[in-house]
Ligand binder design. Structure first.
Ligand code: UDP
Length: 319
């Protein structure tokens, strides 16, 4: 199949491209490289089934040759206001990628009668009042809060996907991705796993925001890609409804820090940082993956220790 991947130069996008190429699909990546990096695709550049177009999907683009599948993965995704790649520093680009970008990507799918998949996010649940989060929980999002440019962009994107499905009959999928980590994350991405690994590898204390009791559930990239791949090619009648893909094991930031310090042999410990972010950080986040289990036969297989080991190895080579 000829598969268009917006945001294909990003962390998730580039791993998705690897999988699609391995399955012998033709891949066309669209990326404006504001948060993605061509380094992530350097190994695919000369592959016969691969091509790259530097373009911002928030602006229309037309393809003559048939496209069979559109994967709309383009968006800034780090919540860290201190990172140049964080969406708080790119608020308008983030809103446009979710709104105009999704509209344009759906337009391509409609014109080509292609299947469409949106990578959405657990952030559509906001600071959730229900645990774990099932897909039918409608969320607790502040429309003008510090994460609103991302959360509302993705909520709008989901609404747009459902509108194209219901009004134009486009064959759509929505995956809600929970915290994911792995090789190729930007060293200065600002999210907790890359931050902690960079600090640990340079012998510094790991910066814990607040008490460190806030939890996340961390999914290794290979598990995530397997889930998205199964969702994309599932033919169940209800498959246009959103599906959570993430790891249901909850870990708090103190536990995460101690695992990373152990795996890297870092003896500098931790350092508590009174962070403004703590006030706006979701306290807990954990997916209910019943749908993914029942519809896709999917669940994560890679332990946090094993996933972090591979991620640390990758970071060692790039630091
Ligand atoms: N965090 C931390 N130290 C850091 C970076 C992040 O304690 O150096 C915390 C952050 O406050 C949040 C959690 O780790 O509670 C996960 O943050 P991340 O930026 O990875 O993404 P989020 O899950 O909040 O979208």
């Amino acid at each position: 199949m000829r598969i268009l991947v917006t945001g294909g130069a990003g962390f998730l996008g580039s791993h998705m491209c690897d999988r699609l190429i391995a399955e012998e699909h033709h891949v066309i990546v669209l990326d404006n490289l504001i948060t993605g990096s061509s380094d992530n695709l350097a190994h695919l550049r000369d592959h016969k089934n691969f091509s790259f177009i530097q373009h911002n999907i928030s602006h229309p683009i037309y393809f003559g040759d048939k496209i069979d599948v559109v994967l709309h993965m383009a968006s800034p995704a780090s919540p860290n206001p201190d990172s140049p790649y964080g969406y708080p520093r790119l608020p308008i680009q983030t809103l446009k990628a979710g709104a105009f970008g999704t509209h344009n990507a759906l337009g391509i799918a409609r014109a080509h009668k292609a299947r469409f998949l949106l990578t959405s996010t657990s952030e559509v649940y906001g600071d959730p009042l229900v645990h774990p989060q099932r897909e039918d929980y409608v969320g607790n999002v502040d429309p003008i809060g510090p994460r609103s440019m991302y959360d509302e962009a993705k909520r709008f994107a989901e609404a747009m996907v459902m509108a194209y499905h219901r009004s134009h009959g486009v064959d759509t999928r929505i995956v809600r991705i929970f915290n994911t980590y792995g090789p190729r994350m930007r060293l200065d991405d600002g999210r907790v796993v890359p931050n902690f690994i960079c600090q640990a590898l340079s012998g510094q204390p790991l910066t814990i925001h607040g008490e460190g009791k806030q939890t996340r559930s961390f999914c290794y990239i290979d598990d995530l890609i397997e889930g998205i791949y199964r969702l994309l090619f599932s033919e169940l009648p209800e498959i246009h409804l959103p599906v959570n893909i993430g790891n249901p094991t909850e870990t708090n930031m103190l536990e995460l820090a101690s695992i990373i310090n152990r795996l890297t042999g870092n003896t500098a410990g931790i350092e508590r940082q009174p962070s403004g972010r703590v006030l706006t950080d979701p306290e807990r986040r954990r997916p209910d993956i019943t749908r993914a289990r029942e519809w896709l036969g999917w669940e994560p297989r890679i332990s946090l220790d094993d996933g972090l080991r591979s991620t640390i190895e990758d970071f060692k080579h790039r630091l």
